[in-house]
Design a protein. Structure first.
Length: 242
């Protein structure tokens, strides 16, 4: 999984929001899959500052990461854990396998381990839920790892055929969050243009619309309630079902 420029900008905005209440204390975070940092040095410097970026270590497996993501051979691939550490964030990485050697092994298709429930200030899903066949359980688990007052930063495909098992309709977010004690702060989309850049597009969570191809959703939500998790009913059927 990866953090591109759009996702990193969303993460940075969320961290700035959290710092207003957390102050200087180190934040506890989890990423559901190792987030390969696929951001140019110029964009990184603009978002995090030159001082924080100075001497940031590159990944030892940078060549393999560039090959997997089909990136230019001269793009630096910085260490994501080192970046978050400099941002004052203790980042746990969870995945179904120890692909980089330091992951906490968790299968999102299965119930969440108790020690990860409602524990983290920041939860990042960099595009993992769509690869889990038991997608409802996976999404519930990701949300349930957010503590009260913590934030979820989530990205998922909207019109990205065969990227994963699933594409997500935007109505998932307000419907699930409303039923499960979350406040939705951001729901937007980006899709690649002909020149390879990512351009934003408007997302309507309740009406049908025609999004661009290879569109991806970016979501920020805050846990504001403590109720037990429930499976939501899509709101257009609530009145019919009473």
């Amino acid at each position: 999984m990866a953090i591109n420029e759009v996702l990193l900008s969303v993460v940075m905005a969320t961290l700035r929001r959290q710092r207003k209440t957390a102050g200087d204390r180190r934040l506890q975070a989890i990423a559901w899959a190792y987030p390969d940092l696929l951001v140019t040095p110029g964009a990184l410097e603009q978002m995090v500052g030159a001082d924080l970026l100075r001497d940031l270590p590159e990944r030892s497996d940078a060549d393999a990461v560039r090959s997997w993501h089909k990136l230019a051979a001269d793009l630096p691939v910085y260490d994501s854990l080192a970046l978050f550490d400099r941002l004052g964030v203790d980042l746990v990485v969870a995945d179904i396998a120890a692909l980089h050697g330091s992951e906490r092994i968790v299968d999102l298709n299965q119930p969440l381990p108790d020690d990860l429930a409602r524990r983290f200030d920041l939860v990042i899903d960099p595009g993992t839920c769509e690869h889990c066949f038991n997608v409802g359980m996976a999404f519930r688990n990701v949300c349930e790892s957010v503590r009260l007052g913590g934030y979820l930063v989530h990205t998922a495909p909207l019109t990205f055929i065969n990227h994963g098992f699933w594409n997500f309709s935007p109505t998932i977010y307000p419907d699930y969050f409303e039923a499960n004690g979350f406040a939705l702060h951001h729901l937007g989309g980006h899709a690649p243009t002909a020149d390879g850049l990512l351009a934003p597009f408007a997302v309507d969570p309740f009406r049908r619309f025609d999004p661009p191809l290879r569109g991806v959703l970016y979501v920020v939500a805050e846990r504001t309630g403590t109720q037990a998790p429930v499976w939501p009913v899509q709101r257009k059927y609530r009145q019919m079902l009473g």
